[in-house]
Ligand binder design. Sequence first.
Ligand code: ADP
Ligand code: MG
Length: 962
Amino acid sequence: MLQLLKKLFGDPSAREIAKLQGLVESINALEPKMQAMADEDFPAMTARLRQQVQEVTAGLTEQIRALQAQLDREADDDERRHLRQQIADLRDQQDESERGVLDEILPQAFAAVRECSLRRLGLRPFDEQLIGGMVLHRNAIAEMKTGEGKTLVATLPLYLAALTGRGAHLVTPNDYLSKYGVQWMGPLYDLLGLQVAVIQSQGQDPSLSSFVYDPAYAAADDRYHHLRPCARAEAYLADITYGTNHEFGFDYLRDNMVQDIGQCVQRELYYAIVDEVDNILIDEARTPLIISGEAQESADSYRVFAEIVARLSEGDDYTVDEKRTTVTITDQGIGRVERALGIDNLYDEANFHLTPYLENALKAQALFARDRDYVVSDSGEVIIVDGFTGRLMYGRRYSEGLHQAIEAKEGVRVQRESLTLATITFQNYFRMYRRLAGMTGTAETEAEEFRTIYDLDVVVVPTHRPIIRVDHPDVVYKSAEAKYRAALQEIQERHSAGQPVLVGTLAIETSEMLSARMRRMGIPHQVLNAKQHEREAQVIAQAGQPGAVTIATNMAGRGVDILLGGNPEGLARDRLRRQGIDLESVDPDVWKTTLIEAEAQCRADREKVLQAGGLHVLGTERYEARRIDNQLRGRAGRQGDPGSSRFYVSLEDDLMMRFGGPAVARLMDRLGADEDIPIEHDMVTKAISNAQVRVEGHNFDMRKHLLEYDDVVNQQRQVIYDQRRLILTEVNLRSVAWDILTEALEGWTEQFTQGYEEDWQLEELHQQVDRLVHLPSGHHAQDWEGRSRDQIIADICAHAQVTYDARENELGAELMRQVERMIMLRAIDRHWVTHLTNLDELREGIGLRAVGQRNPLVEYKREAFDAFGDLLDAIKSEVATMLLNVRLATPQPRPAVRAQPARDGADSGETIHRAKIGRNAPCPCGSGKKYKQCCLLENLTPEEALAKGIKEGRVQRQAARR
Ligand code: ADP
Ligand code: MG
């Protein structure tokens, strides 16, 4: 049917490719001109082309930059929306004019890459590769079979994109492939005059995580040949940057967690080519990227606050509203808490981190009752009681530290929480690129998903040589054991005949089981688990040697080329290494002779392998998706090599058992007798592909589902990250801070002035405002009677202004600006993290509500929306509170206050010494003067003052105590 339709309407890929054929001719026509160029002409040509592109777009780029700067400074929401729209429009224009000029110079650029590739890599890109490059340039997915040379193909559009100066990314599934890609293609970029860099995961050694390619650089370790370590940001400033999907994604998230704009490493997300695109955008898209951390809270603090709060009395120290939903601490209460902690001012900048503990301890104390809201189990766990059903909700926890506060109140173990600090799906990360393209050997079966989720078309590029691989039909056994027996027998036969065999498995356990059996049978072999990419790449590169047997799980060694007869370079390196020769300082002549010898051997071996029928791929199980099976098969028969493939299946395989349906079960029953005779039955083949189609559909749904949920967070993430950027980039945040402050004040006023005027709670409002704004002593709630809400707000704001100015005078403008930035960032980060963690919980919990015939996604959207509103309010309110109460803090090491607020008396003198020193307290150095008139003037912290006193021998033991 499909074939027929294709005949009627023409295969879309074929039509697309016919269009590109003309361009191939133009590129070919430029070849003599390129051949005539000297090496040093190429960088000059690159510079010229770059200028040509940038001249066309310079005006727009400048306008966008100016608007972006304006946006970074603009605080008004409407104005921001407007600016953003303007920028979006300009960007579209920019893209269009850029596309025009890039299309125009494409033949010249591609011809240059081809010539440089031949000169530096010894490879002349085939016409098919040029076509693949054009498909990528058109922001589509090029399906090109394994071994067609996609690594080289990518350099063509990357070069073209790099001419824009906006940075181009090549994304690979593992660190090894990015590093190797840069090392292999480096000389080509170098001749063209481009800088190329690679980012690696920052796991163990951050100094080995970013490099630029530098042919003059001698690395200490030959695995880092020509890679000069550099800063992360420098790697992103290169013309082209290689790296994994994980690292690009994490860098994006990390950039949105920095405290200083100078710490950001990425620039615009302009163009990305994703290699092995089906793996990255489909298989890996099921799990989002998450940066998580353990909550930085201390169990001690929860306990300390629980004790302090237990001594406060309701009415005097705190008040609870009638419905018992909110608890408010009074001035007297604050005083008692401050004294108990031994601090001057709870709302001091150095004590920001303490307020949440206090809030939670109060809530736990006043609002939550044991055996009504929660129970304490015998094992000391606090379990929430569902308010409606009375059921115990095992495993659920109150969020934002409340659960811990209750644990502390009950004297049971305080459990740490893991927090979601930042998260994004690969879908949403990659959709942020202005231009996205991809390449892989197997994309066509997933064309629909690429289209709907990523707006990417799949174009099948013809192979350079016809494929002559023989794909044998599946053999099906009744039992798994019989299947493995038969498979092992085939492996042994082919191995003895000198044919290399690649054995594919789904699970590491299967690999290990087969390995153990092969050892017993005396078949030498290698096992790859996709764990140590670098080592495994060396192994699989040699999987084409005569008689080699390699067992690999499906991702292992993906992207590494298997040459029949083996890889001469790897062989040469191996030999030298074994002779103890350092590859970074090897004599070039020695290298050359060794390589020539290795090449000769590989050539001879290749002949042997060709005689034996090329590489044989043996699959021990069908995978859930046809695509992965095709991927495995595709390892054989590269570039017109001979080769073959066969899958072994049993009715006991997971896929059959779970998705084979009743047909397979019936078949099982009907088949009697001999296990070792394979079944040839149409029904089985059909059952397999039916099952695969079903699972593929199911998995697609799951990924769509994940995305629908992430889209909700995505919008919110955009807003928060925008705000963060604004705060980081804006030089003077005073107006932003003031706006937030007034909004918070308006919010409170509204809250207390609901309904009829006689119902307004002016007294409460006055109390609340007074705590923040510190209204003058003659000011009373009665002053507001008879006034409109707006008038009250105006009055409050006027007083707030006075307080704010006073703060600023106290701190000085410069410090005040820093404090504003810090307060805002902290408030955003703290609440955003809580919000993310809550959304995770909400999503987990919402599935249960689907029972009530409500659409969980709709429910989730609604609740997430409400929660976001609350989040913004909470941020505003925290910023307001902090801004008005911040005092000049003597520089304090934070842990000191947090660790042990003067709890256990005399013995722990050291800790108490470190307790907060008031400005008017005696100086810790023991001079007898007030701290502010002594060491503080010299800018010493209490610790430093103490140390100074000790050195000068004047500290009396009591001196530092209050
Ligand atoms: P893919 O990623 O498509 O599986 P690779 O980029 O790993 O393929 O390249 C496979 C092999 O093809 C490599 O050995 C490479 O040297 C070879 N190759 C690529 N392009 C050419 C070319 N134009 N001429 C000759 N060999 C090529
Ligand atoms: Mg590849």
